[in-house]
Design a protein around this ligand. Structure first.
Ligand SMILES: *Cc1c(COP(=O)(O)O)cnc(C)c1O
Length: 392
């Protein structure tokens, strides 16, 4: 009885699988959210410009850029990855060497892995991204933090780096520029100066800045600079870029003994296919938009001014604001959530009704958003939505 039941079910299961069955669900993948205004800060800088789309369509297949590879992705001449990686990107970041990685976190990990050994100390800012902590954990590093100033600005004071370096004697230092919570832009140049005086290498994590604002590694005294293609360079990703100051070449670009042209820290090859193509195809657009960064800061400040006119809504983090990533504290929305029938999900629903998404469902009191590249009418729609909802 049990046997025949099993036989029956496994046979139907197999038939079911061959006739599409439960896997049919994979044919129904749609992105309904595309028609909304999206305020999610991690997404605003990764939107693909129209001119990139037809290029991407030609490179969708797996390993599509490997047709002309002679063993090193960065040396492929057509499409022009060689020029892009060895000439265009180093100029863009104002640094000697660039490598592509699978993301900002992989770039951080590669540097930590190349320079540190287990139980070494690393000094990072308290506002560092979770992936910084995890990269360090993966290597068993001892993590020390430069604390922020706390509520309401959460600023990092560059001089604290000198004090902490004396105290901790780290192998490596990292600063997040800006951080992914408050969008604060600390004085990276000063931190770079301090690190170079102590002779300790500095990683600048620019996941939220490279591709949005002009960044010069040389001016900021950074040994390593890290960007994220899908975060801030209008790329589908996943892809990261790592800028390396010449003096670290031997340590970071160590080659395999067995496969002479393969670099160990990058496991022999960078992002293969679409991620790299999307980064290159969008690059002319990115290089241009970086020049208009002032306008983006103006826009963020205008938005903050408008929503702070609403009682019980304020921006946290540094003032005045220097970046589009905005952290909001809203006792007003929180109060409404306590009596609204949708509870703490009311804000999400009310915004969605007005064509806006990107604020985490369930949050009302503290949330992050970005105004990056919103058009004037979109920005006004968001401001109007906030005022309407505040009056519910
Ligand atoms: C988003 C973000 C990252 C992670 O970027 P990936 O390219 O997805 O790895 C790292 N650091 C900061 C500060 C970020 O905001």
């Amino acid at each position: 009885m049990i046997f025949s039941f099993f036989f029956f079910t496994s046979k139907t299961l197999i038939l079911y699988m061959f006739s599409d069955g439960e896997f049919g669900i994979c044919r129904n993948i749609r992105r309904e959210s595309k028609r909304y205004i999206n305020l999610n800060p991690i997404q605003r800088g990764g939107i693909i410009p129209k001119e990139t789309i037809p290029i991407l369509n030609e490179w969708l297949d797996g390993y599509s850029i490997c047709d002309f590879c002679e063993g090193r992705l960065e040396d492929i001449k057509s499409p022009p990855i060689e020029k892009f990686v060895h000439d265009i990107l180093p100029k863009f970041l104002d640094i000697d060497i660039v490598r592509l990685t699978n993301g900002a976190r992989e770039a951080k990990f590669a540097v930590m892995h190349a320079l540190c050994k287990s139980n070494d100390r690393i000094l990072i800012d308290q506002n560092a991204h979770y992936s910084t902590f995890i990269s360090a954990e993966r290597l068993n590093l001892e993590i020390h933090e430069v604390p922020n100033s706390g509520y309401p600005e959460f600023k990092i004071n560059p001089e604290d780096y000198a004090e902490k370096i004396e105290e901790v004697n780290p192998r490596l230092v990292l600063l997040t520029y800006p951080d992914g919570n408050y969008g604060n832009l600390p004085d990276a140049r000063r931190v770079g100066k301090i690190c170079s005086e102590y002779g300790i290498p500095l990683i600048l994590n620019c996941a939220y800045s490279v591709g949005r604002m002009p960044i010069s590694a040389r001016k900021l005294n950074a040994d390593f600079i890290i960007g994220s293609g899908h975060k801030s360079m209008a790329s589908s990703g996943p892809i990261g870029i790592l800028g390396i100051k010449g003096e670290w070449e031997d340590e970071i670009l160590r080659k395999s003994k067995r496969y002479k042209n393969k670099e160990i820290e990058f496991l022999g090859c960078g992002p293969r296919g679409l991620p790299t193509v999307s980064l290159m195809a969008s690059f002319p657009y990115v290089a241009k938009r970086v020049e208009r960064w002032d306008k983006e800061v103006e826009k963020a400040r205008y938005f903050i001014k408008k929503i702070e006119e609403i009682d019980g809504i304020r921006q946290l983090g540094e003032k005045p604001k220097n970046h589009d990533l905005i952290f909001i504290e809203s006792s007003r929305f929180y109060e409404i959530s306590k009596r609204h029938k949708k509870g703490r999900f009311f804000l999400y629903h009310e915004l969605k009704k007005r064509g806006i998404i990107g604020i985490k469902p369930g949050l009302t009191k503290n949330f992050k958003m970005s105004t990056y590249q919103l058009k004037k009418n979109e920005l006004n729609m968001v401001i109007d939505a906030f005022s309407e909802i505040a009056n519910l």
